[in-house]
Design a protein around this ligand. Structure first.
Ligand SMILES: Nc1ncnc2c1ncn2[C@@H]1O[C@H](COP(=O)(O)OP(=O)(O)OP(=O)(O)O)[C@@H](O)[C@H]1O
Ligand SMILES: [Mg+2]
Length: 257
């Protein structure tokens, strides 16, 4: 039975899609989980672009217009264990999409994976709220600034009203500037735990240009380490980074029963 985890924020551009792509990849590649990542940001879908998937014959849009089944919109990604349900990149495919069907559609994935991650639209509109309704648990993404943190307060309230379990905040793009909110200030303002701090890291932008999650592009970069740690935390496992020696040891164990 899959855990269905929504990745939400009130404010846009804080790193939800980046988080979904990287947590999905980390959970599949490092923790050997079967994972499906779903682009629930139908109007401004980006997940497939982040993964270099420019054309998908069946997308979530066709499923939400009743023209296709969800299982026909699942694509294998080249990371074993990771599958993707893209949303259409075409404006014309927005016609007839009924986001109120999202919850029932996502429920059909419960036997298909260990974990389903939902990439939400920003804000508190119908799209984002349908993603919240479809989620059993929700991870909030914020930056260390007042506007994005204040928006988490609203999202948190809605999550509680919907009965969706809040997992806490992932604080993203954290730097060392004095004008940033501290982790404690974010915790106090939002009345939620900060369960992960992902630093501002140019490797994330480099990896985006290469259409590859940063955890694949540069697994030892600061942001990648934070994503691997958060992925482990979500499933109750400690992240032990691969070193040169552990890689060699793995090669020796290969094929051993
Ligand atoms: N830790 C980071 N360090 C540097 N850049 C980052 C980091 N996280 C995300 N970014 C960059 O920030 C931009 C916005 O990220 P992303 O698209 O994931 O946000 P989003 O919350 O999904 O946006 P939207 O609300 O529009 O869906 C992207 O260019 C991404 O590469
Ligand atoms: Mg996004």
């Amino acid at each position: 039975m899959a855990r269905i985890i929504g990745i939400l924020s009130g404010k846009g551009g804080v790193g939800k899609t980046t988080t979904v792509a990287n947590l999905g990849t980390a959970l599949a590649s490092h923790y050997k989980k079967s994972v499906i990542i779903v682009d629930c940001n139908i109007t401004t879908s980006h997940l497939s672009l982040y993964l270099g998937m420019y054309y998908s014959p069946v997308t979530l849009n066709q499923v939400l217009t009743g023209k296709a089944k969800i299982k026909d919109a699942i694509y294998d990604y080249h990371v074993p264990g990771l599958k993707v349900i893209p949303a259409s990149l075409s404006l014309k495919d927005l016609k007839g999409v009924d986001v109120s069907k999202l919850s029932s559609v996502i429920k059909k994935l419960t036997d298909e994976a260990d974990i389903v991650l939902l990439d939400a639209a920003p804000g508190m509109g119908r799209e984002a709220m349908s993603t919240m309704r479809a989620s059993d648990e929700v991870l909030f993404v914020s930056t260390p600034f007042v506007p994005s943190t204040m928006d988490i307060i609203k999202c948190h309230q809605v999550a509680l009203e919907f009965g969706t379990k809040p997992l806490g905040i992932m604080l993203n793009m954290v730097g060392k500037e004095r004008y940033e909110l501290s982790t404690d200030e974010v915790k106090q303002l939002a009345e939620l735990d900060v369960i992960s701090i992902v630093p501002m890291d140019k490797n994330v932008l480099r990896s985006l240009a290469l259409k590859t999650p940063v955890v694949t592009y540069n697994p030892s970069s600061p942001a990648s380490r934070a994503f691997f740690e958060l992925a482990g935390k979500l499933i109750g496992e400690k992240y032990i980074p691969e070193t040169f020696l552990t890689r060699i040891a793995k090669m020796f164990r290969f094929g051993r029963k």
